[in-house]
Design a protein around this ligand. Structure first.
Ligand SMILES: Cc1cc2nc3c(=O)[nH]c(=O)nc-3n(C[C@H](O)[C@H](O)[C@H](O)COP(=O)(O)O)c2cc1C
Length: 201
């Protein structure tokens, strides 16, 4: 059982990372192997819309996304963590979201993996960030676990939020418990690829 946490914050040991570490501690209590990846440390370029992944299933941009994609495909559960930047997730998060379209062409993609969400913001935008990360989870036919949304501005602010830290730990435990159930989308409704509003064609 592997639970992967992706931090979309550029701030090392910032609030997002602190909460993700707590989530992984919870997952560890339930016996999972855990890993946290700081996406800002990786060289991952934005999608260039070449369309190759739709034709061949392969992304032609050679950078750290290949390694990260493999980690995502190998995980049983993925916790997406982002600070709120301008009322939504960070650029790091958006780049991974766009580039991971290619993963949906590789076997089963992210389908049936558990997805959890952690967001931290100083004032406004938490709900928008949560919503967009859940939308990603749904589109990839992942199984949603809970979310943790915290108020924090300065580095380490979330250390004071005892309920939040507890909720993060519980999210980790919950993610493993859900993954243990091995829920599966029925084969006949599993998307061959992501449909962006299939009503448009
Ligand atoms: C460029 C930038 C934009 C931000 N925009 C928002 C925002 O729109 N809403 C908000 O609530 N907080 C905003 N913040 C504050 C961060 O969400 C907050 O400091 C958060 O704790 C950072 O998380 P981290 O410590 O994991 O990096 C912004 C911070 C930065 C640097």
């Amino acid at each position: 059982m592997k639970i992967l946490a992706l931090s979309f914050s550029p701030r090392e040991e910032g609030n997002t990372e602190l909460l993700l570490e707590r989530v992984l501690a919870g997952a560890g209590i339930r016996g999972a192997e855990t890993e946290l990846v700081r996406v800002a440390d990786k060289n991952i370029k934005p999608c260039d819309a070449c369309g190759a992944c739709f034709r061949t299933g392969e992304c032609l941009i050679r950078d750290d996304m290949q390694e990260l994609g493999q980690k995502m495909l190998q995980a049983d559960g993925i916790i997406f963590g982002s600070p709120v930047y301008f009322y939504n997730i960070t650029a790091q998060g958006k780049i991974v979201i766009d580039r991971s379209i290619a993963l949906s062409h590789q076997g089963k993609g992210l389908a049936n993996k558990v997805g959890g969400v952690v967001v931290v913001g100083g004032s406004l935008g938490l709900v928008d960030a949560v919503k967009d990360l859940y939308f990603y989870i749904v589109i990839h036919q992942m199984i949603p676990a809970n979310f943790v949304a915290a108020y924090g501005s300065n580095k380490g602010d979330v250390k004071r939020l005892q309920k939040c830290l507890k909720a993060a730990e519980e999210l980790g435990i919950q993610a493993v418990k859900i993954a243990e159930k091995k829920f599966c989308y029925p084969e006949d409704i599993r998307a061959q690829h992501i449909g962006f509003g299939t009503h448009t064609w």
